[in-house]
Design a protein around this ligand. Structure first.
Ligand code: ZN
Length: 262
């Protein structure tokens, strides 16, 4: 693969030969450095994935980087606000439709679903359905750059939280599917929705899968020790984790309990 860029000072400007990340200024415990907005395409036409939150300065910065290139479509990896909040405004700025799995986030007639193949300026982008983090999560495989855009299904750092509109069983299946896809096609980079580019896709996915299994085991153990409420489980399993992340941990424990008991 040519042109993999991993800046040392953060995800902004990261990418591959035909992708560029423009980092949105919304850092937090949940969004890491902020949301990664990906511009895809080497020619006159581009796709923009996840315009990010409704932040005019960020959206203007992205349009500035386009330098007159035409946005064929805005794509969403999923509908959470830190990815989609600015999509409507951005679409208005560039005169493009918004394509997403969830019809509520679309602008225009076309949706987006597993198996779709989009082309832009001679590049192919293959849509891979990866529900779990949210019910509507998608990944995008870009063969030319041997790279997969993963949204919040795989992050550049730490691990993904199963949101209230997600499902852990679906998520585990999606990780397995993504790993099989990455292995089959020989992907050499993951381009996440938050955090830095991952140059070892199989290693990253194996780490994610192992982490999930380990957490499930820890929750089983915590219950054996007598923990019954979500809070009690968090206090045991996430004892080493900063307390500012406990609300997210509670969400994650809830998802795991419904998986274990479902
Ligand atoms: Zn996100």
């Amino acid at each position: 693969m040519s042109g993999l860029r991993i800046p040392l000072d953060g995800p902004d400007g990261a990418g591959t030969a035909n992708t560029l990340n423009l980092l949105a200024p919304n850092p937090s415990a949940m969004t890491l450095d902020g949301t990664n907005t990906w511009v895809i395409g080497g020619g006159e036409d581009v796709l923009v994935v996840d315009p990010g939150p409704d932040d005019e300065s960020h959206l203007r910065r992205v349009t500035g980087h386009l330098e007159g290139r035409r946005v064929e479509a805005v794509l969403l990896t999923h509908g959470h606000d830190d990815h989609s909040g600015g999509a409507g405004r951005f679409a208005e700025l560039v005169g493009a439709p918004v394509r997403a799995l969830d019809p509520r986030h679309r602008l225009g007639a076309e949706g987006l679903a597993d198996g779709d193949v989009l082309t832009v300026g001679g590049l192919e982008l293959h849509v891979v359905g990866t529900p779990g983090h949210s019910f509507d999560s998608l990944c995008f495989w870009l063969p030319e750059d041997e790279a997969v855009l993963t949204g919040d299904t795989v992050l550049g750092r730490g691990t993904t939280v199963i949101a209230p509109d997600g499902d852990l069983g679906d998520y585990l299946r999606s990780l397995d599917r993504l790993r099989a896809t990455v292995e089959r096609v020989g992907a050499r980079a993951l381009l996440p929705g938050h955090g830095p580019v991952l140059p070892d896709p199989i290693g990253a996915l194996d780490g994610y899968i192992a982490h999930r299994r380990q957490r499930l085991d820890q929750i089983r153990q915590a219950r054996k020790q007598g923990a019954t409420t979500v809070r009690e489980i968090v206090e045991i399993v996430y004892a080493e984790v900063d307390r500012s992340l406990w609300p997210a941990a509670e969400m994650s424990v809830r998802a795991q309990l419904s998986y274990l008991d479902g």
